[in-house]
Design a protein around this ligand. Structure first.
Ligand code: NAI
Length: 488
């Protein structure tokens, strides 16, 4: 009989980092188990983050197009009305299909999926790491797990040569203002509102704040974003962030920058938000407050302290180049370790970590991880911002091309934004590409590919781009680095 409790690799967490690492490890011949506390696989990204938010962004964009833009194209319809319940059901169905897809991939790759909360449990006499899994009573346990649990308590001990920690992160609360799931909410709750808020206040003009603000604004809510810094999207290239800021304001989202929330008072189903914008204490009332001021690594309950696993000053697990912690055989990736909290960064680390366990010398190219904010227009970037180059004293040239001058963008009536290329002053090597515009999220792939191969602005400008496409803006921006753009 096969041993169902002993593995080459036990992965804790079935988010994008964990599930991808598990599949790659299984492809490389390892016997793998994945422990996940949720009933569905896919982690925050699939269940309550990237995927449901993009499903709602796409639905709300269609709604706003039908309401605001169809008439421009000569399509005359009755003003559309919103059926929020159907929109939410569609989102849930998208999530269900994708999470079921991971379960299928696990089966195909013979990965054992264990539902429960995992905790490191030390090293057993055979020198293997133990993982104690507490199985929820309501869990619909897999067949093998039922056999294992028959006549036992609701815990299982798995053992493995290696353990990979990929538990992800959780939303940070504002100090002294806890989430209540009703009025003071996080992004997960804001993806499930059963009606459009009259007035949604959002703390934080980062990725989540602007994406969730876009969804609910398009569906008709008044949206006010309070941001403590003087600009939105503080890590983005300033020119790109300012362009997005202007566009979102035009769409009716209100912003209060350099503003700190000092308190939230709940009054029944409403709330009064107290804030300070530098001129004394002020208040606004609303019916929902979304707190989107960042996320923190989810380290609680994993037994990291008992195992003396080293954390940094921000509570992230410290790893070496193999993603191994200070305890041999225990690894960590994704939001638990340093770097941007992005699903695709965690996926890259999952693959590389599994390959390095198998003796390969793969690496994650951290300089070329793109960032995308899925507003409309979208913002996407890879590499350095202009501000970073200035601060580092690096000589650079700038090429820029506005979508307003592009045929395809005109046909789409999507003329806001630009492609901006920053190239080294001497070598012409591309140091950063920043895009604000329609489908920037897809266009950034070219930027990542060229930069990963050490490409120059000349490399892009010598490449034929299909006409008429949005991608021509990339070629024109590259030509503009040498002041040779044709359509300016
Ligand atoms: P974030 O770090 O992107 O933005 C947080 C914003 O809140 C910042 O602008 C910050 O200055 C502001 N802030 C912090 N404390 C504040 C306070 N007390 N009052 C007012 N403003 C305050 O964090 P966010 O949006 O919560 O996202 C969390 C993580 O999830 C990020 O790491 C992000 O990269 C990731 N994410 C990525 C997405 C994407 O790739 N499209 C989408 C959603 C999330």
């Amino acid at each position: 009989m096969t041993d169902t409790t002993s593995f080459d690799l036990i992965v804790i967490g079935a988010g994008p980092g964990g599930y991808v690492a598990a599949i790659r490890a299984a492809q490389l011949g390892m016997k793998v188990a994945v422990v996940e506390k949720r009933a569905q696989l896919g982690g925050v990204c699939l269940n309550e983050g990237c995927i449901p938010s993009k499903a709602l962004l796409d639905s709300s964009e269609l709604f706003a197009l039908a309401r605001d833009k169809f008439s421009l194209h000569g399509i005359v319809i009755e003003p559309p009305h919103l059926d929020l319940a159907t929109m939410m059901r569609r989102k849930d169905e998208v999530v269900r299909k994708l999470t079921d897809g991971i379960a299928y991939l696990f089966k195909k790759n013979e990965i054992q999926s264990v539902q429960g909360s995992a905790r490191l449990n030390g090293i057993n006499p055979a020198g293997l790491h133990e993982v104690l899994v507490t199985v929820p009573e309501t869990s619909h346990t897999a067949e093998w797990q039922q056999d294992l649990l028959a006549g036992q308590t609701s815990t299982v001990i798995l053992s493995g040569r290696r353990v990979l920690l990929a538990p992800g992160s959780e939303a940070t609360e504002l100090p002294g203002i806890p989430f209540d799931g009703q009025v003071i909410v996080n992004a997960r709750d804001a993806l499930c509102f059963d009606q459009v808020p009259d007035h949604l206040i959002i703390a934080g003009a980062g990725y989540i704040g602007l994406e969730m603000g876009s969804i609910w604004r398009r569906l008709g809510a008044q949206v006010t974003v309070l941001e403590m810094l003087p600009q939105v999207l503080p890590t983005m290239d300033r020119q790109a962030a300012d362009t997005l800021y202007r566009s979102l304001r035009k769409q009716g989202i209100q912003f209060k920058l350099e503003t700190r929330i000092t308190g939230v008072r709940r009054i029944g189903a409403k709330a009064i938000v107290q804030f300070n914008a530098g001129t004394g204490s002020e208040e606004i009332d609303c019916d929902r407050v979304l707190v989107a001021v960042g996320r923190r690594p989810l380290t609680a309950g994993l037994g990291l302290g008992e195992m003396a696993i080293k954390l940094d000053e921000k509570g992230r697990v410290v790893v070496d180049g193999d993603y191994q912690t200070n305890i041999p055989g225990i690894y960590a990736i994704g939001d638990l370790i340093t770097g941007p909290m992005l699903a695709h960064k965690a996926m890259e680390e999952g693959v590389v970590c599994a390959e390095r366990m198998a003796g390969q010398k793969s690496v994650v190219e951290y300089e070329y991880i793109p960032g995308v904010v899925y507003t409309w227009p979208e913002g996407a970037a890879v590499g350095n911002t202009e501000e970073q180059l200035k601060e580092a004293g690096i000589q650079y040239k700038v090429g820029r091309f506005n979508f307003a001058a592009l045929g395809r963008a005109r046909c789409m009536d999507e003329t806001e934004g630009f492609v901006k290329i920053l190239a080294h002053g001497d070598t012409d090597r591309i140091l950063g590409i920043h895009i604000v515009g329609p489908r920037a999220s897809d266009m950034v792939a070219e930027a990542v590919a060229v930069m990963s191969f050490g490409g120059t602005a000349r490399d892009i400008s010598l490449t034929c781009h299909a006409h008429p496409t949005l991608s021509e803006a990339m070629k024109e921006a590259a030509l503009d680095v040498h002041k040779e753009a044709i359509h300016v």
